[in-house]
Structures are given as C-alpha cells and as structure tokens.
Design a binder for this molecule. Structure first.
Ligand SMILES: NC(=O)c1ccc[n+]([C@@H]2O[C@H](COP(=O)([O-])OP(=O)(O)OC[C@H]3O[C@@H](n4cnc5c(N)ncnc54)[C@H](OP(=O)(O)O)[C@@H]3O)[C@@H](O)[C@H]2O)c1
Length: 270
C-alpha cells in the first residue's frame, strides 16, 4: 500500500501538528519521512517512519526522496505578539518570514520537479485560520501565513497541469507547544498605548479555550484533506480547516466577501 501511494514527507515533524500528521499518514499506510531540525526528537515515532534532518531555513538540508508524492509544509514559527508599530523588521518580521514563507518556498521549489516526474501528488501548506480574523498583535504572523495563502493560489494554477494538487490547511487552536506557549497576554501589553487592548484580548481568549482541539484530531482531518481528491476537475477545494473552529470560520468566510467578513468581525477585536 505504502509503495503504491509513494512517499509522504512532513516538515517540522519533531512535535505538535507535524508529528501527529506523520503518525496519521503512517497509520493510513503511507511511506513516511518525518523531517525535523534535530533528529533526536524523532525518538518514539512508529518504527515504519523514516526520520531525516531538514531545516527549512537551510537549503543544504533539503534533500527530498525520489519517490515523493506528498509534501506537508507544516514547519512554522511564531514571534512576540506585538503591535505593528513596534514589531522589529530585522528581528520579528525576518524571523517569521525566513521560516514560514521562504523556508516553505524552498521546500516547495525542491518538491515540484520530483512530484512532476512522479506524475503528480499533493502539496499541503499549513497556514492559519487567524488569516481570517483581524486579531490585534498577530499582524506579523498573519502576514507570513497570508503570504503563503496567496502564493499557494498561484502555485495551484501553475502545477495543476502536472497533476499536482495544492491545498491549504488553516488550523484553529490546536493543542501544541505553539498554542500553549502563547497562552499569556500579548507582549504588546508592555506598550502602555496598547496595554488595555492586550488585556482585553487575553480575557477574550477564555471564549476559545473550550474549542482547543487535540493534535491527533487535527492530523486526522489534515490527512483526510490530503486524500480528498475525488472531485471533478476544477471543483476541488483549495482550503480546509482541521478543527471545528477553523471549519466554521471557513464556512463563514466563504459565505460572504472577504471585505464584508472582516468588517463584520472587526468590532470583536476593537
Ligand atoms: N497550534 C496551533 O494552534 C496552530 C494554529 C494555526 C496554525 N498553526 C501552524 O501549524 C504549524 C505547526 O504548528 P504547531 O502548533 O505544531 O507548532 P509547534 O508545536 O511549535 O511545532 C512547530 C514545528 O515546526 C518546526 N520548525 C520550526 N522552525 C523550523 C525550521 N527552520 N525547520 C524545520 N522545522 C522547523 C519545529 O521544530 P523544532 O522542534 O526543531 O523547534 C516544530 O517541529 C505551524 O506552521 C503553525 O504556524 C498552528
């Protein structure tokens, strides 16, 4: 089964969503390469999964298997949640874009010729449902994910003739180090002009805590999205959620224009 389906490679599979996706792909019979910056973090993964070093910010570590059919561009970072006024371009913006955008592009560029020569496959970009919500102090992170969103749309059109499907998964709150590590007031609170808003945003977080979704559930939905290839040409969805919150947001967003959607939910954040 694994051989017929080819190899699925996941970036950032040391922990969190990426690790859970690698495990789910393995459980569904794929030949899986779990890539990570430090291969010792691969300990404890099922024995059928191959662990390889890959740092998306270091081109020399990007060495993809010739049998590649699926790439899950999952590796991602966040940074201090600061107002746009105070986010430092060299420190915060470049850190985000180096991994979340340029790193993902590096892996994608390496994958396309391999997928093409194998007759097609799937490129699955993990962005964020936060793109759909004008959350204060998340502007830098959202911008990095929105760059991938726009890039993925053009990519989908470019590589469809090669039989390559591009999908975007936009997680809501998934229980990982990233989510739990960010469960504190935004660093914006240190700036007096923004402290009130930062405090209110943190209080509002209580409303979504009961919607935190375990990573293995998110992984099941992500792999189902990867396998969702039974649509008529031109009718396949480009975007998926992987938890109830993100699926609900996508439904709301699809039901209206982007402008009208943002205008309707902006008051919740201001
Ligand atoms: N959890 C959520 O609620 C949520 C919501 C929306 C979107 N997302 C997105 O989902 C993806 C996975 O997030 P997560 O929650 O699982 O985060 P996480 O627990 O912080 O894990 C992030 C993963 O990315 C890896 N990574 C970071 N920089 C890398 C690099 N330069 N090269 C290769 N791997 C790198 C990390 O590796 P190390 O172990 O080496 O650091 C780790 O494996 C990210 O793209 C994130 O932005 C998550």
């Amino acid at each position: 089964m694994g051989e017929e389906r080819g190899t699925a490679l996941v970036t950032g599979a040391s922990r969190g969503i990426g690790r859970a996706v690698a495990i789910e792909l393995d459980a569904r019979g794929y030949d899986v390469v779990a890539t990570m910056r430090d291969v010792s973090a691969g300990e404890g993964l099922p024995t059928g999964i191959r662990v390889e070093r890959l740092d998306v910010t270091d081109r020399t570590t990007i060495d993809l298997p010739t049998s590649l059919r699926i790439v899950v561009n999952n590796a991602g970072v966040e940074t201090d949640n600061l107002p746009i006024e105070h986010g430092d371009v060299d420190l915060h913006w470049k850190h985000l874009f180096e991994a979340n955008v340029f790193g993902l592009v590096r892996v994608t560029q390496a994958a396309i010729p391999v997928l093409r020569s194998n007759g097609g496959g799937v490129i699955c970009n993990v962005t964020s449902s936060s793109i759909l919500a004008p959350v204060p102090f998340l502007g830098m992170y959202r911008a990095s994910k929105a760059a991938v969103m726009a890039m993925g749309e053009s990519l989908a059109a470019e590589v469809a003739p090669f039989g390559i499907r591009v999908i975007e998964v936009m997680p809501g709150p998934i229980v990982t180090d990233m989510l739990l590590g960010g469960d504190h007031p935004a660093e914006a609170i240190a700036h007096p002009e923004y402290a009130d808003l930062a405090r209110r945003m943190y209080e509002n977080r209580a409303h979504v805590r009961d919607q935190y979704t375990p990573a293995d559930e998110a992984a099941r939905r992500i792999v189902s999205a990867i396998e969702d290839d039974g649509h008529a040409p031109g009718r396949a969805p480009l975007r998926y959620g992987c938890d109830d919150l993100s699926e609900g947001m996508l439904t709301g967003w699809r039901a209206t224009s982007h402008d009208a959607w943002i205008a309707a939910i902006l008051p919740a954040f201001s």
